[in-house]
Design a protein around this ligand. Structure first.
Ligand SMILES: NCc1[nH]cc(CCC(=O)O)c1CC(=O)O
Length: 385
């Protein structure tokens, strides 16, 4: 073992120079190009190499693996592909599309526009969609019975998409809030959200969606025990291939604001803190993870995304199931707003955020940018951030 402390290196260097001057060292010799006096080289901490140039005695230089675009792509760890995305679509009963003010670029889509948007996204390799309905007020109630109407907006749209694009994968959200006149994800009594009464409704909703052809049902309600109950409800009528993507770690987040504008589903009273998780809690996500795994979930989701990458990482370590992350409406709005003002480069910042989701351990990304990202990937061939 030879010790290469800066000290011994400096000595070795000096010896070498004296005895067998290297050609290039001669080239840079004091006659032609006197090295400028540099106090850091002459008396440390820096050395001079055989050419008389400043030299940090550093063997490991991570910059070597960053020295060109080719090598950077060669050693790239996380890669975002169009097939990783789930594209959320807002639907309504209207004949024409309605822009959503707090989500520029997103609209509540008419029946015709949904099919066009699905077709468009599929061309870029985005083949999985999740539907969110805006339900007319007159169909809302505390028990949210419209959520399992087989002729309701969601089952009709699922059938239309699957009829026209059999290879498209359609996910449907399970929760009462779009259908609740209370603006909550569950049945309300005396200001409380009733867990088990809500689950009875969620099971009807899930079965209704599975009958319509939904490939993946996604409980976003955060009631205790809903994944197992929904699994049993589906299995009991033969829907054994319908997957469950559980909103496992769904936080009581302010970043859902624009989504609630889109669905007109702001809570009628209070907040959702008795069922959604406290943003302060990370370990609690692992309690939910263990439950959802044991109850039969196929995919686990963390929501929101960017401020919750540590939770994505924790789930990744705690389970071998696929992990999804939801880049929610408020995150979309932030990036859109800053880009519109010219404060951020939209393509670069959005693709960076997506790549960071993959790096943190997410396999699947739900994002309103899905189609745009797939377009950018198609245009650039390589990540562009
Ligand atoms: N259960 C409803 C639901 N499903 C997805 C979102 C939010 C998605 C987003 O903000 O993009 C919400 C809102 C909420 O819990 O209040």
């Amino acid at each position: 073992f030879v010790s290469y402390s800066p000290h011994s290196l400096r000595r070795r260097n000096a010896d070498t120079k004296r005895r067998t001057p290297h050609r290039s060292a001669l080239h840079a010799s004091a006659d032609t190009h006197p090295p400028p006096h540099d106090p850091y080289c002459e008396s440390g901490p820096l050395l001079r190499n055989n050419k008389g140039e400043p030299w940090v005695a550093q063997r490991n230089r991570p910059r070597r693996n960053r020295k060109s675009a080719v090598i950077r792509r060669m050693v790239q760890e996380a890669i975002v592909r169009p097939s990783n995305f789930i594209y959320p679509l807002f639907i309504h009963e209207g004949e024409s599309d309605e822009a959503i003010a707090s989500m520029p670029g997103c609209s509540r889509l008419s029946a015709g526009s949904v099919l066009k948007e699905v077709e468009d996204a599929m061309q870029y390799g985005v083949k999985t969609f999740i539907l969110f309905p805006k339900i007319p007020d007159q169909l809302k109630s505390n028990y949210a019975d419209e959520c399992y109407n087989p002729e309701g907006l969601v089952p009709r749209t699922v059938r239309a998409i699957k009829d026209k694009f059999p290879e498209a994968m359609v996910c449907t959200d399970i929760a009462l809030d779009p259908y609740s006149d209370q603006g909550h994800d569950g049945v309300v009594e005396n200001g409380q959200i009733l867990n088990d009464h809500t689950i009875a409704q969620l099971c009807k909703q899930a079965a209704c969606q599975a009958r319509a052809g939904s490939d993946v049902v996604a409980p976003s309600d955060m009631m205790d025990g809903r994944v197992g109950a929904i699994r049993d409800a589906l299995d009991s009528e033969g829907h054994i291939t319908t997957s469950i993507m559980a909103y496992t770690a769904k936080y009581a987040s302010a970043f859902y604001g624009p989504f609630r504008d889109a669905l007109d589903s702001h809570p009628g009273f209070g907040d959702k803190k008795t069922y959604q998780q406290d943003p302060a809690n990370g370990r609690e996500a692992l309690i939910e993870t263990a439950l959802d795994v044991s109850e039969g979930a196929d995919i686990l989701m963390v929501k929101p995304g960017m401020p919750y990458l540590d939770v994505v990482l924790r789930l990744r370590a705690a389970t071998d199931l696929p992990v999804a992350v939801y880049h929610v409406s408020g995150e979309y709005a932030m990036l859109r707003a800053a880009s519109e003002r010219g404060w951020l480069d939209e393509k670069k910042s959005v693709m960076e955020a997506m790549t960071c989701f993959k790096r943190a351990g997410a396999d699947i990304i739900l994002t309103y940018f899905a189609k745009n990202c797939a377009k950018w990937i198609a245009q650039d061939g390589e990540p562009c951030y």
